[in-house]
Design a binder for this molecule. Structure first.
Ligand SMILES: [Zn+2]
Length: 223
């Protein structure tokens, strides 16, 4: 899939450089964390002063970033899945996706909202924790591909990720759910791992060979 990108964007730091090239490809050199980078690109395109839900104007420093498809159910940190939201809307939205939240906003009483919220989350949990659903996360199916884990290149921080809580949590999840992963990993066009590192290492150590990935066709990483 292609991610939305601004026409112009360049950022440099020590030993790192990122730029949108003339051919529209985002070229990443050095170790950038995907989430802050994608948040910055998102604000550049969608603004940082108006909440995408209530349309209220707020100070940029108070703006939060919303995952349209929520992180809890596999939502990845790419521009297509991010947007500016005020703290109130973002909190209320919780782990709903954008479409579900827009429905919830039409209810007037708190009780109705809560009932609807619980129903949505229960339905998503049912898919997430059911091994019969190969894809248990809440993302558009056309974003997901399956790749051999050996075709993915990762950085050199395996040790750090293997010590993390999310790594051990993911290994337990994989075992409980017949080899299914809780979220896809994000990779660049040239196969470099960009997000969900602990999921990647957990899958590798559980000897899972084919894993769900989101391939960013217009992103190249130069190691
Ligand atoms: Zn709002």
């Amino acid at each position: 899939m292609n991610i939305e990108l601004p026409r112009k964007f360049t950022k440099s730091a020590k030993d790192k450089h990122v730029t949108v090239r003339k051919d529209g490809v985002l070229e990443i050199k050095g170790a950038w964390e995907l989430y802050p980078l994608m948040s910055e690109l998102t604000y550049k395109m969608k603004g940082k002063t108006v909440c995408q839900y209530c349309r209220r104007k707020i100070e940029p420093y108070r703006m939060t970033i919303d995952h349209l498809y929520p992180r809890e159910f596999g939502g990845i940190s790419i521009t297509n899945n991010l947007g500016p939201a005020c703290g109130n809307c973002n909190r209320e939205k919780g782990s709903l996706n954008e479409a579900e939240y827009r429905v919830m906003r039409t209810f007037s009483t708190r009780a109705e909202k809560e009932r609807y919220y619980k129903m949505c989350i229960a339905e998503k949990n049912r898919k997430k924790y059911n091994p019969h659903y190969l894809i248990g996360f809440d993302l558009p199916e056309e974003w997901i591909e399956y790749r051999n884990i050996k075709q993915i290149t990762s950085g050199n921080n395996a040790k750090i990720y293997r010590k993390s809580k999310s790594y051990s949590k993911e290994r337990a999840f994989i075992r409980k759910n017949n080899g299914k992963l809780s979220r896809p990993v994000v990779i660049s066009k040239n196969g470099v791992l960009l997000e969900s590192e602990s999921v990647y290492y957990a899958a590798k150590d559980e000897r899972i060979t084919r894993i769900p990935v989101v391939v960013l066709e217009n992103v190249i990483v130069i190691l």
